[in-house]
Design a protein around this ligand. Sequence first.
Ligand SMILES: [Zn+2]
Length: 438
Amino acid sequence: MNSQFSYFGPQFAFKCICLVLVAGRGLISLYGGIQFALHNCMHLGGLEVTFQAMQNFTFHNPVQIVFGKGSIAKLAKLVPASAKVLVVYGGGSIKANGVYPQVMAALAKHQVFEFGGVEPNPRYETCMKAVELCRKENIGFLLSVGGGSVLDGTKFIAAATGFKGSDPWDILAQGAEVTSAIPLGCVLTLPATGSEMNAGAVVSRNSTQEKLFFVSNLVYPVFSILDPETTFTLPLRQTANGIVDAFVHTLEQYLTFPADAPLQDRQAEAILNTLIEEAPKLAKDPKNYSARANIMWCATQALNGNIGLGIPQDWSTHGIGHEITAFYGLDHAQTLAIIWPGVARNRMAGKLAKLVQYGQRVWGLSGADAEVAEAAIEKTEQFFTTVGCPTRLSAYKVDAGEAAKRVSERFVARGQGGIGERGDITTEEVAKIILSRR
Ligand SMILES: [Zn+2]
């Protein structure tokens, strides 16, 4: 790892949403990939685009996706018959939307335990109660039933139960190695995070107001069941959050600088265009199966590793957004809707080529480069607002000055340097970005 980009060191890599690529002896995060990319480009200085070719990568994604109507019944065969199964879920919506009885019917011949109450932005404190249960009952398989938060919590429970160190929090805070994990599966009810097909998880800790990330190839789900009908009854806010999260996951990987990777570019543009086309259909008809199915698959594709292979990546919006969630409790996607336009404008010069490509191909814009770039950002803001995520801090009653101060102080306290695909978003720029979103 390149010491000049300390922000991308292992600490940071474990703190943010990212995908994993299996490389060499184990996992590297996207951040590792960025760091590698930066090493190649920064020596040439300035904003020069120095990528001449796709970066090397190794890709292996072992998750079995079981997609479509009626798929929950397949749990009967997917979950190992001999294992004690812990079904992990959130606030109980699965009992209202008909998913819970389907799961329990499918697991009628299994020995099943339950753990409910995993929060949005899953809490370490809650997960550790499940860890106790897993240890006491010798649980052999975890089944996450819910959205990305429940699944991320389940991944942490899986990794923490057999953790050999003194405190499983070290997995998140210190990047402590995960050496064993309970196998897990997933029934996804909220398309958003992509966690169903990656090896990352984000967990928050109440007592310290921290939201941290870990990644381990041991927590890839063995399978993920994606039945779009489970999303029919999602509240508008959660539907909007899912669309915005998937959209920004795509932008974090796509909207950097040209890397001579036209396939990944077009795969990313396909996801963005599909989300833009499908989202309005749900406003008219929340039970539109095709729209739900397409959005669900977009969210998975946005963060299963595929579109980010061999290219530079940004992730500064997530880095800043996580802190705003940690301090103010905003939904993850709400923070992304606020911060991404600020990052795009703040880094306009470095991102210009891709902003123009994005504006032309995704939004059908034409004109001078600077105008297309600005219009593309405005179109994105309008899209976020229209689907249900306002893009200003004031809409959530967060004081921009205070947020800028708190977030930048935390970045300084962690000794973090520059973020973004070039590592050039300093703490001062982070504060400016937040202030620009008042
Ligand atoms: Zn995200």
